[in-house]
Write a protein that binds this ligand. Structure first.
Ligand SMILES: Cc1ncc(COP(=O)(O)O)c(C=O)c1O
Length: 367
């Protein structure tokens, strides 16, 4: 049987890529805020419904810069979720800050806003929350807490491209939001990402930090990094802007197929998107509850034996990592410790055929 992976990148037609590359070859402008870069920044403002967009070479550097741009006190504590990709807590740590892990909500699997306040100390400076799988965090509650305790809020929206909450772009909540455009993401620029933010005063700061802190030929203002997106990445991004909606439509149909086939299976829970938010269609996670005849790990292996590569995304959780295992200091995160053993992301991309989908569902139905 042909290998089925958990995702497959959205790719523009090769001829379209060639013609973009021809243009780049003609201008010989390969990187450093070229015309394709600038065009993509402008177009993404509309797509994401945000005030400001700054493009980056990847989401991790973007998140590093987002945290740096807010000038948080060195060594201060940042409350975050352990149910995320390694990049989230690592960006906090690389900024000389301490990630403090908070438990998650069982339904959306995002940070449990009800449990944030009890973790706040005089040393807390920020909250970094993740719209995991595209499920939106409780932005209202997080905003109220941030206001009450004077904390900065950064959202990791790596999985939430184009998601809207009550018709508002998800990148407009908090101080800064990061999107990843990695090849595994619904919308990709091969590698890439961006920051979105409402505050126009951050434009110059983020521009500088992304470009080594260089302001002009003879003025280096601060300790920056190289976070620039190049012209080939931006060209792919421009082409993929024409394709992502179609990909989302295909994934919506696949979600419907999975929902219809899996919702009646005892022991399989399908997490639901809140009614006031749109779906990015980034992942299709299911929860393998105790009533299911196989454990999540047994099921994962069963899929693998049939050449289907699901993902235990996110297992291990970040508080299990060698570098963070002392972070909890005897605190117990009971929801995430349960869900990390039960969650499984199924293959989810537009090109999956009906026979692929039937194969996945038959394995889950134990046929
Ligand atoms: C939740 C989350 N945050 C951050 C990142 C990092 O983004 P990038 O790969 O673009 O550096 C990823 C994935 O790649 C992610 O899934």
């Amino acid at each position: 049987m042909q290998k089925i992976l958990v995702t497959q990148p959205m790719l523009p037609e090769l001829e379209d890529v060639y013609s973009q590359i021809e243009e780049i070859w003609t201008t010989k402008w390969l990187t450093n805020m070229g015309s394709k870069h600038n065009e993509l920044e402008i177009k993404l403002k509309d797509v994401l419904k945000v005030n400001n967009v700054s493009l980056f070479n990847n989401g991790t550097i973007a998140l590093m810069v987002a945290i740096k741009a807010l000038d948080l006190p060195h060594g201060s504590e940042v409350i975050t979720t352990p149910f995320t990709f390694a990049a989230t807590p690592h960006c906090i740590s690389w900024n000389g800050l301490k990630p403090v892990f908070c438990d998650i909500e069982p339904d959306t699997m995002t940070i449990d806003a009800e449990k944030i306040e009890e973790l706040i100390t005089p040393n807390t400076s920020a909250i970094v929350a993740v719209h995991v799988y595209g499920f939106p965090c409780n932005v209202k509650k997080i905003n109220n807490i941030a206001k009450k305790y004077n904390l900065k809020v950064i959202y990791d929206a790596a999985h939430a491209f184009s998601t809207e909450i009550d018709g508002r772009g998800i990148g407009t909540f908090g101080d800064i939001t990061m999107f990843s455009f990695h090849a595994t993401k619904l919308y990709n620029t091969i590698e890439g990402g961006c920051l979105t933010y409402n505050d126009d005063n951050l434009v110059r700061k983020i521009y500088n930090l992304r470009n080594f802190g260089i302001r002009s030929e003879e003025l280096v203002e601060e300790v920056g990094i190289n976070g620039k997106m190049n012209e080939i990445q931006a060209a792919i991004g421009l082409l993929n802007l024409n394709l992502y909606k179609k990909e989302q439509e295909k994934r919506a149909k696949i979600k419907e197929f999975y929902d219809d086939n899996l919702s009646k299976i005892k022991g399989i829970r399908i997490p639901k998107m809140p009614n006031n938010a749109t779906n990015s269609y980034q992942y299709y996670p299911i929860i393998i509850e105790n009533e299911y005849p196989l454990s999540r790990d047994e099921l994962y292996l069963k899929f693998k034996q049939r050449n289907i590569y699901t993902r235990k995304y996110f297992y291990p959780a970040c508080h299990d990592y060698e570098c963070y295992k002392d972070n909890l200091q005897n605190r117990v995160l009971s929801i995430v410790d349960d869900i990390k053993h039960k969650v499984l992301c199924l293959p989810f991309y537009g090109n999956l055929s009906t026979s692929d989908l039937n194969n996945v569902c038959d394995i889950l139905k134990m046929d």
